[in-house]
Design a protein around this ligand. Structure first.
Ligand SMILES: Nc1ncnc2c1ncn2[C@@H]1O[C@H](COP(=O)(O)OP(=O)(O)OP(=O)(O)O)[C@@H](O)[C@H]1O
Length: 343
């Protein structure tokens, strides 16, 4: 299947400074990709190239096969409408109401007012802002403002949502609720999402794949669970994000025991699992052990005819009961990493 977005050998120079060098990766339809890097790594430059606000010095950016770099300006205007943008500081107009902010891209696209009203109503429901339609942005909390920003980005039914540090201005609790909303939008609408961030925690909680940028180059491009479950790769990028990586236990058997293990998140690898989907196993876990258990990330791969499921779950404590439950359902249970409860 052709990827929704394909970045091919993209380089960008500012004078004699290379901001991006030979960047290549692709994004499948319906995926959630995190692009992470330290300050100056090239994230903003890449973002401007991805949303066709800037042409890279070299390379191709194919959206559904159309190269944004070589398209004439008139065609580009139409392609840009297929990419929704969510900003760190929301970029809302306080002179307009919530509903009018969301309607803005529809006005610009020349959608008639009756269709605009119906679409805005739909969008308000998607982002959970019923009752706030007539407020001004200054009357909203940060999280509510970002919901308006997300609704506005969805207005023209984009095929790709690009989020630029969309949670960096928010506190941890609001960050979690905005990430939950984006995950829900990904599930409900099947929308492909790219989230640019400098926070590994956000990637771990939300993205399925991650591209790590360092000095304008891609130094890692893999599923998040693979990155977190491979100690050698983990070490490769540990220096970038020293506080946020899941620690790898030296003897994982020690954690599969009868004592409660003080982890608030665990990265598990389950083998030959009877559950067909991570979400099925998760809802069983939720039903049996409480609502606080959440899947942060997960996916199944086939290795030599066996089903291997890597999943990160958040839980109050990795209790003996949960460990037994998993052992009863899966032939093998490995703890690949964890975040200690006290962090
Ligand atoms: N207009 C410009 N002119 C010259 N150099 C630039 C320009 N914009 C960015 N750069 C340089 O290109 C490199 C990549 O910058 P970029 O803003 O893309 O990084 P970033 O990862 O987004 O950083 P941050 O997280 O701090 O926003 C940096 O070394 C930066 O100094």
């Amino acid at each position: 299947m052709t990827p929704l977005l394909e970045i091919r050998n993209v380089s960008h120079q500012f004078g004699d400074h290379s901001a991006l060098t030979n960047v290549s990766f692709s994004v499948e339809q319906g995926d959630i990709l995190g692009i992470i890097g330290r300050s100056g790594a090239g994230k903003s430059t890449l973002l401007r190239c991805l949303c066709a606000l800037q042409k890279p010095t070299e390379g191709e950016i194919l959206l559904n096969g159309a190269d944004l770099v070589s398209l004439p300006e008139r065609a580009l205007v139409l392609e840009r409408r297929r990419i929704g943008l969510v900003f760190q500081h929301f970029n809302l107009l306080n002179s307009r109401t919530v509903a009018a902010n969301i309607a803005l891209p529809l006005e610009i696209s020349g959608i008639p007012s009756s269709r605009r009203r119906a679409r805005v109503k739909e969008l308000i429901e998607i982002v959970g802002l019923e009752g706030h339609e007539n407020k001004r942005p200054s009357q909203l909390s940060g999280g509510q403002k970002q919901r308006v920003g997300i609704a506005r980005a969805l207005a023209t039914e984009p095929v790709l949502l690009l989020c630029d540090e969309a949670t960096s201005a928010l506190d941890p609790e609001t960050t979690a609720s905005v990430l939950d909303l984006l995950a829900e939008i990904n599930r409900r609408l099947g929308l492909t999402i790219i989230l640019i961030t400098h926070e590994m925690d956000v990637v771990r909680r939300f993205a399925r794949r991650v591209v790590v940028l360092e000095h304008g180059k891609v130094v890692e491009n893999s599923p998040v669970v693979t990155l977190l479950s491979d100690p050698s790769r983990n070490e490769n990028i540990a220096h970038l994000f020293p506080d946020t990586l899941i620690q790898i236990p030296s003897d994982q058997k020690a954690y599969l025991q009868t004592d409660p293990f003080p982890a608030s998140e665990v990265l598990l690898r389950l083998g030959d699992t009877a559950a067909s989907l991570p979400s099925a196993l998760l809802s069983e876990l939720g039903r049996n052990f409480g609502a606080d258990i959440r899947l942060l990330n997960g996916g199944i791969t086939q290795v030599g005819g066996r089903n291997i499921m890597d999943m990160i779950i958040r839980l109050p404590v990795f209790s003996p009961e949960i460990q037994m439950f998993l052992k009863n359902r899966c032939q093998t249970v490995e703890v690949l990493g964890y975040v200690p409860s006290d962090r």
